[in-house]
Design a protein. Structure first.
Length: 121
């Protein structure tokens, strides 16, 4: 069973995506802040991270910078899932991001399909 870490501060979205990925037989953990998300990446070793960019305390941008500094974290695929702005993809494209999706333009089914495409079957 693949493990997904969702780093998202909106509790409604946390619950929705946790439920959706659990239905798809993924093991899911959530974090509401980038610092806690990094700690979970180090201890839990997810197979994929869904990362929001606008987070309290430690932003998603900071998470991406720190991931690049740690080889064991750098190997984890990251899908940025945010509403920050349409050109946000340009800001993260050199930070190891495997995919970028805007929350407002994407359905949960599309996100699940993208995650399935990023994880080995």
């Amino acid at each position: 069973m693949s493990k997904i870490l969702l780093i998202e501060d909106d509790t409604v979205l946390q619950q929705m995506y946790q439920d959706r990925f659990t239905q798809e037989q993924y093991e899911v953990q959530v974090s509401g802040d980038g610092g806690d998300g990094l700690a979970k990446m180090r201890s839990w070793h997810p197979d994929l991270v869904l990362l929001d960019l606008m987070l309290p305390t430690t932003s998603g941008f900071d998470v991406l910078d720190r991931v690049q500094e740690e080889p064991e974290l750098k190997a984890i695929p990251i899908l940025v899932l945010t509403n920050i702005f349409a050109d946000g993809e340009d800001l993260v494209k050199n930070k190891g991001v495997k995919a970028f999706m805007l929350k407002a333009n994407t359905t949960p089914d599309e996100i699940v399909a993208k995650v399935k495409g990023l994880l080995p079957q």
